[in-house]
Design a binder for this molecule. Structure first.
Ligand SMILES: [Mg+2]
Length: 206
C-alpha cells in the first residue's frame, strides 16, 4: 500500500502560536506540530509530498526545501517525486490532482493544509488546520485514518481524465501577505497567498 501525505507547511508546522513563542519559521518551526507530523509518518509509513509554497521557496540545491525541513526537525520519508507541480490557476487541488494522475500506484492519500482550495472530490481527504495552532492531535488522528483508507480509483482526481469533470468555479478572496524572515540575508521577505476559497460545481437539474 502506497500512502501519500500532501504537506502544507505554513499554518501546519509554522503557526502563529509558534511565532509568539519565538519559532520564526526559518530557524525553527513550532515543535508540537512537527512532533505530531513525525509521529504520524512513523506510525503510518506514508510518504510525504510537499504541496506548500515552500517547495518553490528560496531554498536552492537538489534537495530544495526538504533539507530545510529536515534541519528544522522534520523526520519523514519524502516520496521520490517529492513535490507537486505548479498549475497556472494556483489552485492547490489542481496541483495535487496532477500529481496523483501521474502516480496511479498510490492507494491512499490525505491532504493537510490550513487552506481549502482543493477540488470537490478531494475534500473528504483534506484535514484543514488553523493557522493559530497548526497540526493538532485530532488532526493527526484523522490523517492516520485517511492514510489507512484506500482511495476510490473512480475519483476524478485519480486519473488524467479528471479534466473532463465539470470545471469548478472558484471564488478566491485572497490577499498577499508578506512577512520578514529573520536571519535571511537576502530575499528576506516571503510572500504567501492566503485564500479562503469557495469551490462550487455547476450542476444540471434533471
Ligand atoms: Mg498554509
Amino acid at each position: 500500500m502506497t500512502a501519500i501525505l500532501f504537506l502544507d507547511v505554513d499554518g501546519v508546522l509554522n503557526t502563529h502560536a509558534g511565532w509568539r513563542a519565538g519559532h520564526d519559521g526559518l530557524r525553527s518551526l513550532d515543535p508540537g506540530p512537527v512532533a505530531r507530523l513525525n509521529g504520524l509518518c512513523a506510525r503510518t509509513g506514508c510518504r510525504v509530498v510537499v504541496s506548500s509554497t515552500w517547495r518553490g521557496g528560496p531554498y536552492r540545491g537538489p534537495d530544495g526545501c526538504r533539507a530545510r525541513l529536515r534541519a528544522l526537525g522534520v523526520r519523514v520519508r519524502f516520496h521520490r517525486d517529492w513535490r507537486t507541480g505548479r498549475d497556472r490557476s494556483r489552485i492547490r487541488g489542481r496541483e495535487i490532482a496532477a500529481w496523483l494522475a501521474a502516480h496511479p500506484e498510490v492507494t491512499a492519500y490525505a491532504i493537510v493544509d490550513d487552506d481549502g482550495d482543493m477540488l470537490p472530490d478531494q475534500m473528504p481527504r483534506l484535514v484543514q488546520t488553523g493557522y493559530e495552532l497548526g497540526l493538532e492531535a485530532a488532526h493527526a488522528e484523522r490523517l492516520a485514518a485517511l492514510l489507512a483508507t484506500q482511495r476510490s480509483l473512480a475519483s476524478p482526481s485519480c486519473t488524467a481524465a479528471s479534466t473532463a469533470s465539470p470545471r469548478p468555479s472558484v471564488s478566491r478572496p485572497c490577499s498577499l501577505v508578506s512577512y520578514r524572515l529573520a536571519g535571511s540575508p537576502r530575499r528576506s521577505t516571503r510572500t504567501v497567498l492566503r485564500c479562503v476559497p469557495t469551490i462550487t460545481r455547476t450542476t444540471t437539474s434533471t
